[in-house]
Design a protein around this ligand. Structure first.
Ligand SMILES: NC(=O)c1ccc[n+]([C@@H]2O[C@H](COP(=O)([O-])OP(=O)(O)OC[C@H]3O[C@@H](n4cnc5c(N)ncnc54)[C@H](O)[C@@H]3O)[C@@H](O)[C@H]2O)c1
Length: 258
């Protein structure tokens, strides 16, 4: 018996095997969920399809969340091919590389717009379409990925921190709106993990080293630990948990002076 038997889960944001979305997808599949994966861009399609082929019955679609038409098309395809979904994992973020270096104060208008749109608004845009589908099935759950840089200043995280703050507040507003339909909305604030997006942040590897030495558990975290938390949040075990940002960071966020 899996914790997600009979559920269909949409996972947005698998680009390669290092993406946090991939071990999350594997863990959801392990617990009995059928998966729908979406990726962005032809460049990663082949690799994503190869990964998906290792999880039987997984459906795969292209979707750039910066385009409402593509999100509509994704949900039309899901309705046709999967008959609906019970849960969503949003594991997407983007900022222009130059915005993740230097000072936040120098952020250009266009870099701010695209970062907030892709990294924060897209979660709301996806849930706007997913909520009626999940409500029609008696309820559902959604999880997004955030980082401590949305709560406190982290060097070089800059406009992505501002986007994560917007994303975390969106989680609370979405939880308030969708709770009456038995839809829960939560965020996982993950400690640093070496992925393509993370390595775009200047000084990332030094940060991993520092966090590992200073966290209460005196270590960093693994993707599997994030994945198991996603399973928990999407399963009945978390049936009274919504609007929450759950830190999976070996306790680093509780430290003052480190
Ligand atoms: N790696 C970390 O240390 C860490 C820590 C905390 C939170 N997170 C968050 O986890 C999430 C996943 O990031 P990751 O580290 O796995 O990196 P990743 O680069 O593997 O994943 C980011 C994903 O966003 C997708 N994406 C970007 N722009 C998109 C668009 N316009 N439309 C559709 N998809 C788009 C990419 O294709 C990719 O699949 C992000 O929200 C990230 O901020 C990461």
């Amino acid at each position: 018996m899996g914790l997600l038997d009979g559920k269909t889960v949409l996972v947005l944001g698998v680009a390669n095997k290092f993406s946090i979305g991939w071990p999350v997808a594997q863990a959801l599949h392990r617990e009995g969920a059928r998966l729908v994966l979406s990726y962005q861009g032809d460049r990663v399609e082949r690799g994503v399809r190869q990964l998906a082929a290792t999880l039987p019955e997984t459906l795969v679609y292209s979707c750039d969340v910066g385009d409402d038409g593509q999100i509509d098309a994704l949900f039309a395809a899901i309705a046709k091919d999967a008959g609906g979904i019970d849960a969503v994992v949003h594991s997407i973020a983007y900022a222009p590389t130059e915005a993740l270096d230097g000072r936040y104060v120098d952020t250009e208008r266009e870099a701010f717009r695209v970062t907030l749109e892709v990294s924060a608004y897209s979660f709301t845009a996806v849930l706007k379409r997913a909520a009626p589908v999940m409500a029609a099935r008696g309820g559902g759950a959604a999880v997004t990925l955030t980082y401590l840089g949305g709560e406190r200043v982290v060097p070089h995280y800059n406009v992505m921190g501002v986007a994560k703050a917007a994303l975390e507040m969106s989680v609370r507003y979405l939880a308030a709106d969708l709770g009456e339909d038995n839809i829960r909305v939560n965020a996982i604030s993950a400690g640093p993990i070496s992925t393509a997006s993370a390595r775009a942040i200047k000084g990332f590897l030094e940060m991993v080293h520092h966090v590992g030495g200073s966290a209460p558990l005196r270590r960093g975290i693994t993707q599997a630990e994030v994945a198991d938390t996603a399973v928990y949040l999407l399963s009945d075990l978390a049936r009274a948990v919504t609007g929450e940002t759950l830190h999976v960071d070996a306790g680093y966020h509780v430290m003052g002076v480190v």
